[in-house]
Design a binder for this molecule. Structure first.
Ligand code: AMP
Length: 211
């Protein structure tokens, strides 16, 4: 049994979701993404979801008191370990985590801004079935056409270079201090996210010291 509590940090396009899924399948650690927890609460119109929506719609961080409620509940249920994604995003959240949970490792998936922009601009979505493609590594069989339903493949409105660069800047502003803190604590390992999926996965598990 390899119970571990880890934090995965990575810019959009770094393949964080893919890596979290691989780890979760292999070791049974719960993949907990605060953004998804909020989206689920908004869909089911919970009181917390409705409160959080006001901030999310404005592109602001949700106030910590709501974040803590949602995160604490999810982390306490993850008895076999967790992979935390999207949290902590500020120093208050770092301290909350430190006071309530044991974190064994923090993994930073490192990718340059330009590489992230290149990958994100290569994303395509089917207008009909919403399936996603990437013209760099998950190409459709026929250009611009969905393999499954034949629908047209388009670029999402928020995948313009300007919008992507803005999201990246926000990521750096939010995470710089958090990354600095975990470096100082000696908990952070950096993995090059420019490699193939399998190599990144192997490097992460070697850093974590699990088999
Ligand atoms: P994400 O999908 O991670 O970009 O999260 C979507 C939105 O949820 C963010 O823009 C924030 O408004 C909110 N959110 C997610 N995680 C956090 C967090 N750790 N602290 C505050 N707000 C968060």
């Amino acid at each position: 049994m390899n119970k571990m509590n880890i934090i995965l940090i990575g810019i959009q396009g770094s393949g964080k979701g893919t890596q979290a899924k691989l780890l979760s399948e292999k070791y049974g650690w719960e993949h907990i993404t605060t953004g998804d927890l909020f989206r689920r609460n908004i869909e089911t119109a919970t009181e917390l979801g409705l409160k959080a929506k006001i901030f999310i719609d404005k592109g602001e961080l949700v106030p910590d008191k709501y974040v803590f409620l949602i995160v604490k509940d999810a982390l306490e249920k993850a008895v076999d370990g967790f992979i935390l994604d999207g949290f902590p995003r500020n120093m208050e959240q770092v301290h909350f985590l430190q006071e309530n949970f044991d974190i064994q490792q923090v993994v930073l998936l490192e990718l340059s801004d330009d590489k992230a922009v290149e990958r994100l601009m290569a994303r395509r979505n089917c207008v009909k079935c919403k399936r996603d493609y990437n013209i760099l590594f998950k190409k459709p069989q026929r250009d611009g056409i969905c393999d499954i339903c034949g629908g047209e493949l388009v670029i999402r409105d928020d995948d313009t270079e300007k919008a992507i660069r803005k999201r990246i800047e926000k990521f750096h502003n939010e995470t710089n201090q958090v990354i600095g803190y975990y470096i100082e604590k000696g908990l952070l390992s950096t993995v090059n996210a420019g490699q193939p999926v399998e190599s990144i996965h192997n490097e992460i598990i070697s850093r974590l010291g699990v088999e």
